[in-house]
Design a protein around this ligand. Structure first.
Ligand code: SF4
Length: 445
């Protein structure tokens, strides 16, 4: 390595969107002459991309800063991401932090790195979130078989528990042309699967921003992406139920590229709580969306986000949510425990649920999730499906996912990595993973 080359290490917390943005920041820094190293290596610069969803954002951030300081006490520590936008001063007071960049500044990081000497004072460059009204496209390569492609950012909704609009600003989207260009670039890198990401992707293309009127809808984006032949699979990650239209569901059911996997936030099965959350649907609409998917894609995987312990969620109302989900033909849950956030409406709501009770409800729903997942896997046994094999070799086994998101395993074979194969789903093993055998048609190729 040339003595002049500066090194940079990254640590990302939070969602897929953050991961795709870290990749963009990393590419920008590479273009500015930085070489990427591991976070445990002595680097000139450490970039920590934070999240505000985690209850202990401050503690988590502090620990990672300490890890950076351990790897190189002279390293220049930069904090970006949602937590940096929401609480820049809190971060500035943390020992070891040199620079805090807000939502508008994080993509120009190189401009702020002229002097890498650590100083007494932490520098903060953080705009008002209203100024973050421009769009920066990005994608990240996950495990080398799939990529997360950002198509939208920000959110115009006002859910009473959520800080995302404060951290990421108004809803804005990439152009269709740029998304297609990024999809082709991803394909050129040999990646077979794309996961579409954003804060509220169903809102894609909505309204005006930065003086530009967007001309396309989410459905149009889906139709355009379906033409990108170099990509084998596209997954719609998470979409609000009120924005998941019949036309999109019907299109996915006929597409060879969009896979039958939907992740739809529910948050509560009780209408009173949904209204208090200021969600834009009631439980009936949710039921209708799930029924529509099941009607046209009986084999689809449907994931559900749910929050337990929201203020006012009595035992009775929680049980309504539990029973509602229990009856729904869904495949798995992501369970979140409500936690109070500054500057949200819900922080002042009455009916605070005891922490121990929140934990108990979380556990109940996680057990329900496992039951749902196993029942879904069980329903898929005996079918023949396409699986994309991943890289990892764990005790001689390799893993992959079917199009409808069943996790499968077989004996490790280096030649299978990043290939899609037709497999027969044979049985569920003691780890809850489906064991498969390669289908005869595949063997005959
Ligand atoms: S839809 Fe609601 S929960 Fe989701 S990002 Fe927007 S405000 Fe937050």
């Amino acid at each position: 390595m040339n003595n002049q080359t500066k090194t940079v290490a990254f640590h990302t917390l939070g969602c897929k969107l953050n991961f795709s943005e870290t990749s963009t920041i990393a590419r920008n820094l590479k273009d500015s002459g930085y070489q990427k190293v591991e976070f445990t290596d002595p680097a000139n610069v450490y970039v920590i991309n934070t999240c505000s969803v985690t209850a202990n954002a401050d503690k988590e951030c502090r620990t990672i800063v300490k890890n950076a300081m351990k790897a190189n006490p002279e390293g220049f520590v930069v904090i970006v991401g949602c937590y940096a936008q929401l609480k820049p001063q809190e971060i500035a007071e943390m020992e070891g932090v040199d620079l805090v960049l807000g939502a508008a500044e994080k993509f120009n990081i190189a401009e702020y790195l002229d002097d890498l000497n650590k100083k007494e004072e932490t520098i903060v460059h953080s705009c008002e979130i209203e100024e973050a009204d421009f769009y920066v496209g990005s994608y990240s390569i996950g495990d080398r078989t799939r990529a997360f492609l950002k198509v939208q950012d920000g959110c115009d909704y006002k859910c009473t528990y959520c800080t995302i609009p404060l951290a990421r600003g108004i809803s804005r989207s990439d152009t269709v042309e740029n998304v297609i260009k990024n999809a082709n670039e991803i394909a050129e890198r040999g990646i077979k699967e794309i996961v579409l990401t954003g804060v509220n992707i169903g809102d894609y293309g909505k309204g005006e921003f930065g003086n530009k009127k967007h001309e396309h809808t989410f459905f149009e984006l889906v139709q355009e992406l379906d033409q990108v032949e170099a990509i084998e699979r596209i997954r719609i990650s998470s979409i609000e139920p009120n924005l998941l239209k019949n036309e999109t569901i019907d299109f996915v059911s006929k597409s060879n590229r969009f896979v039958p996997h939907f992740h739809i936030p529910l948050q509560s099965g009780n209408d009173e709580i949904l209204k208090k959350m200021k969600r834009r649907y009631l439980s009936n609409l949710y039921l209708d969306r799930v029924s529509k998917i099941r009607e046209v894609m009986p084999h689809a995987c449907i994931g559900v986000d749910v929050i337990v312990g929201f203020p006012g969620e009595t035992e009775e109302l929680f049980m309504e949510t539990y029973n509602f989900i229990n009856e729904l033909p869904i495949s798995y849950l992501h369970v979140f425990t409500y936690s109070e956030r500054d500057n949200t409406e819900a922080i002042d709501f009455e009916g605070v649920v005891d922490q121990g009770e929140r934990k108990r409800r979380n556990k109940m729903l996680r057990i329900l999730s496992e039951k749902k997942r196993q029942a879904f896997y069980q329903s898929q046994l005996g079918s023949t499906q396409k699986v994309l094999w991943e890289h990892d070799n764990k005790d001689g086994k390799m893993f992959g996912f079917t199009e409808n998101y069943v996790k499968v395993q077989t004996e490790f074979n280096a030649e299978f990595v990043n290939q899609t194969h037709l497999v027969d789903l044979v049985r569920i093993n003691h780890n809850g993973i489906v064991e498969v055998k390669i289908n005869e048609l595949e063997l005959a190729k």
